[in-house]
Design a protein around this ligand. Structure first.
Ligand SMILES: N[C@@H](CCC(=O)N[C@@H](CS)C(=O)NCC(=O)O)C(=O)O
Length: 221
């Protein structure tokens, strides 16, 4: 039976969608929208207590929290190179890069709230926007630093599930921080987006509907 992914196109559920494509696992996408109340439906609350996506129905249970789902899939599926072995020298790096995208994600989420979802200008705070943009720019330096030795992916051994967690996140971060000062990161993101599984995941979930601009500037102060 195909896994069922509760998903909003272009949200963190993309990580799980993409990983399932990398693994060649069949997936049925159950679509939601961020602002239409669909996340509040009682049947969804039973699957995701914080009423967030992703939630994944798989192996006779439901899992929420994207990083945990990605790690679970890597640990329960075989015949892939998406996770270094537990006794490998790269395992700790893998865990670090698997979870670091949520540091970036927290900032992106706050910026999404400010730029996209607060309905009235008086609700928005230029101070919060400025601080969160700066914090995101600082957090991105770690990614650029990890790639400066010329490696193609976060681990020197090659592509892994940590890149799946990071790739989606960078594609959102670029809406708020220009990547001109992060050339390795920009090239890395382009490399990830060219992957067959990434393209298949995009096609499976359809276009995202909340970003209407390629880049969001800070308001004039
Ligand atoms: N740490 C969680 C965060 C989940 C999360 O916040 N998902 C967002 C979409 S990217 C969501 O469902 N937001 C709906 C809301 O905040 O109401 C994860 O990685 O799964």
């Amino acid at each position: 039976m195909a896994a069922k992914l509760h998903s909003i196109a272009g949200s963190r559920s993309f990580r799980v969608n993409w990983l399932l494509q990398e693994l060649g696992e069949p997936v049925e996408i159950v679509p939601y929208q961020i602002m239409d109340g669909s996340l509040q439906r009682p049947d969804f609350k039973a699957k995701s207590p914080a009423r967030r996506v992703p939630a994944l129905e798989i192996d006779g249970r439901v899992l929420f929290e994207s990083g945990a789902i990605v790690q679970y899939l890597c640990e329960t599926r075989t015949g892939h190179d998406l996770m270094p072995a537990i006794d490998s020298a790269e395992r700790a790096d893998w865990l670090q890069w698997l979870h670091y995208p949520e540091t970036l994600g927290a900032g992106i989420q706050n910026l999404n709230m400010q730029h996209l979802f607060l309905p009235k200008d008086w609700m928005k705070s230029p101070t919060v926007m400025g601080i969160e943009t700066k914090r995101l720019a600082i957090a991105l330096k770690a990614v650029e630093g990890a790639l400066t030795d010329g490696r193609d992916y976060l681990l020197s051994s090659g592509f892994s599930a940590a890149d799946v967690m990071m790739g989606f996140t960078l594609d959102s971060a670029r809406r708020y921080v220009r990547f001109d000062n992060y050339p390795q990161t920009a090239a890395y993101l382009a490399r990830l987006k060219a992957r067959e599984a990434y393209i298949a995941a995009e096609a499976a979930e359809g276009p995202q509907q909340f970003y209407t601009q390629d880049f969001y500037n800070l308001p004039e102060s």
